[in-house]
Design a protein around this ligand. Structure first.
Ligand code: TLP
Length: 346
């Protein structure tokens, strides 16, 4: 049975061009800062995202945690959206690695009201921790790949900056946001002091993310990357694929968004399901099973037996993610299979 894998865009495989570039990559020891391919990727990444410098890291999780570690002091408080990846999915790294405490704010599709941010920032008081960082996420994963506009990003960042609090942007899928909004990605990253973005999701590289910021921030982050065990050696092999991801794979994200739209419209047409396609502007679709007596995990298992792979987002919500390794025909087939499974529930 052919599997239609909609669990995540992390499942994408490198393109033949990436594999060739990896085989031919010029390499050196990157801990000595002697890998020309890594240096090329870091320079290109910094330029594309509009920051002074960038650092190649093995994963988005390491990039985010490295950012937090580099921004904050032990005992600081970090303000995050309540469903954010850094808070929800990074194994408590905030506390474990940075010794920081989380202050969460419930957002609307990833947007936190600036007044809520200001309210959460601690004033000087002998009892209080210092507020060390505000984290934003664009696109917002658990909200369904929703986007923050440049204006929204600026409003939130301004609220923090006015009180001397730096801002980190988890932009794992920032290029999806830029494509969906039709803006230069730099408009989305400009308000943040540091940005992490992934090469290994929709952009198709096998491994790697970049953390970008000011030169002095990246010097500090480079040392912290070594501390976390992320100082790689001939990593130009991986960076070679990342270069192709950045140079050639960004524009095609529009295709993934089109497929997500098709999927959302297909689900909206299935009797019994309530899906609003406008809620999903990028490459994710979330399906709620509130009306049905089974859990998301059970539904996911049923889909799997019919050849569709999806992920349970919570007890009652399922996430589908489109990416370069699923085509329109497979999306239509997935809709047919989901309809069949839903019919079996009625
Ligand atoms: N997200 C993964 C899982 O961890 C949930 C996925 O399948 O979506 N920030 C955001 C917003 C992310 O969605 C992810 C990955 C990361 C950071 C971490 O990236 P990796 O997986 O490279 O550590």
């Amino acid at each position: 049975m052919e599997l239609i894998d909609l669990r995540s865009d992390t499942v994408t495989k490198p393109t033949p061009e990436m594999r060739q570039a990896m085989a031919a990559a010029e390499v050196g020891d990157d801990v000595y800062e002697e890998d020309p391919t890594v240096q090329k990727l870091e320079a290109l990444g910094a330029e594309k995202i509009g920051k002074e410098a960038a650092l190649f890291v093995p994963s988005g999780t390491m990039g985010n945690q490295l950012a937090v570690l580099t921004h904050v002091n032990r005992g600081d408080e970090v303000i995050l959206e309540a469903e954010s990846h850094i808070f929800y999915y990074e194994v408590g790294g905030l506390a474990l690695l940075s010794g920081a405490q989380a202050r969460t704010i419930p957002g609307r599709q990833g947007f936190m009201e600036p007044e809520q941010i200001v309210h959460a920032i601690r004033e000087e008081n002998i009892h209080f921790p210092r507020t060390g960082l505000l984290c934003l996420e664009n696109t917002h994963n658990r909200a369904g790949g929703t986007v923050l506009t440049p204006e929204q990003t600026k409003m939130m960042a301004d609220a923090a900056h006015k009180h001397g609090v730096p801002v980190h942007l988890d932009g794992a899928r920032i290029f999806n946001a830029a494509i969906a909004l039709g803006v230069d990605v730099r408009e989305l990253s400009a308000p943040a002091d540091s940005v992490m973005f992934c090469l290994s999701k929709g952009l198709g590289a096998p491994v790697g993310s970049l953390l970008a910021g000011s030169k002095s921030f990246i010097v500090k982050a480079r040392k912290n990357r070594k501390l976390l065990g992320g100082g790689l050696r001939q990593s130009g092999i991986l960076a070679a694929a990342g270069l192709i991801a950045l140079e050639k794979m960004v524009e095609r994200l529009a295709e993934d968004h089109y497929h997500a739209r098709l999927l959302a419209e297909g689900l909206a047409n299935i009797p019994g399901l309530t899906v609003n396609p406008d809620d999903f502007p990028t490459n994710m679709v979330i399906l709620s099973l509130e009306k049905y007596p089974l859990t998301a995990a059970e539904f996911v298992n049923r889909l799997k037996t019919h050849g569709v792979l999806a992920g349970a987002l919570s007890d009652k919500a399922i996430r589908f993610v489109t990416h370069k390794d699923v085509n329109e025909k497979q999306i239509k087939e997935a809709i047919r299979i989901i309809a069949q499974v839903v019919k079996g529930l009625n």
